[in-house]
Design a protein around this ligand. Structure first.
Ligand SMILES: NC(=O)c1ccc[n+]([C@@H]2O[C@H](COP(=O)([O-])OP(=O)(O)OC[C@H]3O[C@@H](n4cnc5c(N)ncnc54)[C@H](OP(=O)(O)O)[C@@H]3O)[C@@H](O)[C@H]2O)c1
Length: 337
């Protein structure tokens, strides 16, 4: 049965005002938290480990939690309307479940689970990269506990993946080297971190429900138990290389370019992961997404126009990537995963 604002009880505001976020100081969480605050419509509360050294964006309220003490998570989530989880891939596997179970106990209705990756309907790619079944299990758990989810399908983060070293988009800016999959012409759907933040803020600033049967406006409820599909740039490595050369003022002569077979790189990465060497994970994940004819491109499904997202300029996004290089190099454990 569709729910309408007119049928809700007294005190229903039809707006998401109180948002809790796990990872508000993290790679994507910091962009989401900032974008939410910029709307002026939300209070943003970070659930942060008590010994966390992460810096949080200004204006974010902080609650300390202990993943081994569920009561602390439930207490932090009481009264919140929407929970966003941006959890480090290096966190223990059961951490997501601990948060979701506490959210159900706290009465949270909506959760954005960890994910921030590809098309959730591309089952084969999800299985090949191992991420699909994990994300599906996270969504299923949310539903099984009586809550609803909205997940972000943004593809690779352009700026992060450009800056993140050879195992990602192939660039090593210190060595001025580039590893190109196959002929470098396979395109991928990518989104900048700021586009992801902006999108979450847009969706959470919509009315929660339609006013009545005649209200056809876009609401948060439109996206429940679905993916939100966005993009910034649909680009090949050759497109990226041209942009990098423009932004850095370099020519081919300054770069050492190596061409490798994406399928071989995928198999090598997978073999490393199978023996517990997580350095192979990024190699496996990115090489798989660049398979010619079977790559990661969800541009036919994107909802940029529906959400009135701005067009972004590739070279500006490349500059944002270059600004991230040093910061990511300092996050040794995180970047090795
Ligand atoms: N599309 C892409 O290109 C792409 C790239 C990378 C990741 N992702 C996805 O996005 C998700 C978030 O990645 P991210 O880079 O934003 O995460 P992140 O910055 O590495 O970490 C986010 C937060 O996780 C918490 N955390 C760190 N270690 C933890 C631990 N051992 N136990 C519990 N919590 C811990 C920290 O919060 P506190 O310190 O405040 O507790 C941290 O701020 C990933 O898991 C992955 O699903 C997508």
């Amino acid at each position: 049965m569709p729910k309408y604002a007119k049928n809700q009880g007294a005190g229903f505001t039809n707006a998401i005002e109180r948002v809790a976020i796990v990872g508000a100081g993290g790679t994507v969480g910091s962009h989401i938290a900032k974008a939410l605050l910029e709307t002026g419509r939300h209070t943003v509360t970070a659930l942060s480990r008590k010994d966390s050294g992460n810096r949080l964006p200004e204006g974010v309220l902080v609650t300390s939690i202990d993943y081994n003490d569920e009561a602390t998570i439930v207490a932090a989530l009481k009264g919140q309307q929407f929970l966003i989880i941006t959890m480090a891939p290096t966190a223990p596997r059961d951490t997501h479940s601990k948060i979701v179970q506490a959210a159900a106990k706290a009465g949270i209705p909506y959760v954005m689970p960890n994910g921030y990756g590809g098309d959730i309907d591309n089952i084969k790619l999800g299985e090949d990269t191992m991420l699909g079944p994990i994300a599906k299990a996270n969504r299923d758990e949310i539903e099984s506990l009586g809550m609803q989810w909205i997940t972000m399908c943004c593809g690779f983060w352009y700026d992060y993946s450009l800056a993140g070293g050879d195992a990602r988009f192939g660039f090593d800016f210190d060595k001025r080297s580039l590893t190109i999959y196959d002929d470098g012409n396979t395109k991928n759907s990518t989104s900048t971190l700021s586009q992801v933040g902006r999108t979450v803020a847009k969706v959470l600033s919509l009315n929660e429900l339609p006013e009545n049967e005649n209200d056809e406006s876009l609401t948060l409820s439109t996206f429940l138990n679905k993916g939100v599909y966005i993009k910034s740039h649909v680009v090949s490595q050759n497109d990226m290389f041209e942009s990098v050369k423009r932004v850095t003022g370099t020519t081919n002569a300054a770069w050492t370019v190596t061409y490798i077979d994406s399928k071989k790189r995928y198999e090598d990465g997978l073999a490393q992961v199978k023996v517990g060497n997580m350095a192979g994970f990024g190699k496996m994940l990115y090489a798989r997404a660049f398979y010619p004819g079977d790559c990661y491109d969800h541009s036919a499904k994107v909802q940029n126009a529906l959400l009135e997202l701005p067009d972004e300029i590739l070279d500006e996004s490349t500059k944002a990537g270059l600004d991230l290089v040093k910061e990511l190099q300092l996050r040794v454990e995180r970047m090795a995963a």
